[in-house]
Ligand binder design. Structure first.
Ligand SMILES: Nc1ncnc2c1ncn2[C@@H]1O[C@H](COP(=O)(O)OP(=O)(O)OP(=O)(O)O)[C@@H](O)[C@H]1O
Ligand SMILES: [Mg+2]
Length: 291
């Protein structure tokens, strides 16, 4: 090898070392992850993912509801998940939130938190909020009391036992009320709200905990067209501040909010892309229409 080539090689190596030190490598940076210690209470998203699933499978009595499912979501992303009934969408959320344990696979929150090592309450504490399809607000309490209650970590304390909000919590409550379009209904009993308003209140209760990732299972089912449109607006305002995973069958709603759409079928990813891309995918057309 000539001295020139040796010199050029040494320079390339030095330049690469500089990039590694700055946490930027061509590979997307394993070095970045190792050199940046995880801050307690923070989710390490140095690898550009807030949620990472790899080869996850779960069987119920021999039936593979989730089958080698791999998927990841970027911080601040609003990911839409569609797929026929029984595709495994809800089961996937059960796995992420610790309700169901997979038989195999990897599930990470950021690059350092192995969700399979945590219990369901711990996962909620880590910053993953989940909205089930049916609203589960406290009907006998006011909108304000519901939101206030969402801040209580010890849910065994009776709802009527008031505790005092500090000023940061009061600010947060006011902000959430505004976000969920219920600022003018603070004193109304939750039981008297419309179905859509109850759904927003429940989302507000999740927001009180300032979750990093929100999982929403069929959030607009049963809503009027107007409520659906307002929910789309709400999700677009949440995007960026939070990461969202939204499962829905309502395609016009998906069209309004979606960037990347993932199609699940038989427990794994069938297709992924923009809504137009996946709707024109032959395999997707077949699973929706062909069977
Ligand atoms: N606990 C369980 N025991 C047995 N089978 C289950 C269990 N949970 C889910 N399944 C089965 O796993 C498959 C996936 O169900 P899942 O509820 O995840 O589908 P989905 O995509 O959410 O469907 P939908 O759009 O109808 O809500 C279904 O065949 C379902 O019957
Ligand atoms: Mg479901």
């Amino acid at each position: 090898m000539t001295p020139d080539l040796l010199e050029a090689g040494a320079q390339r190596k030095a330049a690469h070392a500089q990039k590694v030190l700055k946490g930027r490598t061509e590979s997307g940076g394993r070095a970045a992850g190792f050199s940046r210690p995880a801050v307690p209470g923070e989710v390490d998203v140095a690898h550009g993912r807030i949620l990472y699933l790899e080869d996850v499978s779960v069987s119920f009595d021999g039936f593979k509801a989730i089958n080698k499912l791999s998927l990841d979501i970027a911080p601040g992303e609003l990911r839409c998940i569609i797929g026929p009934n029984g595709a495994g969408k809800t089961t996937m959320m059960d796995i992420i939130t610790g309700k169901t344990r997979p038989n195999e696979g990897t599930v990470f929150f950021g690059s350092t938190i192995d969700l399979l090592r945590h219990t369901e309450p711990e996962i909620a504490q880590l910053g993953i909020g989940r909205k089930f399809q049916k609203p589960t607000v406290f009907e006998q309490l006011s909108v304000f009391e519901n939101l206030e209650l969402a801040l209580k970590t010890d849910k065994r304390v009776a709802p009527s036992m008031r505790f005092k909000l500090d000023s940061a919590q009061a600010d947060r409550l006011a902000e959430v009320l505004h976000t969920i379009h219920l600022a003018s209904s603070v004193t109304r009993m939750a039981g008297n709200l419309s179905h859509g308003q109850k759904q927003w209140l429940e989302i507000g209760m999740l927001l009180m905990q300032d979750p990093k990732l929100l999982l929403l299972d069929e959030p607009v089912a049963g809503m009027t067209d107007e409520e659906t449109a307002r929910t789309a607006e709400l999700f677009l305002t949440l995007k960026g501040k939070h990461s969202l995973m939204v499962v829905e069958h309502d395609m016009s709603f998906i069209r309004t909010i979606s960037e990347i759409v993932t199609v699940l079928c038989d427990g794994s990813v069938l297709a992924q892309g923009t809504l137009d891309q996946v709707q024109n995918d032959e395999r997707v057309i077949e699973v929706y229409l062909g069977r």
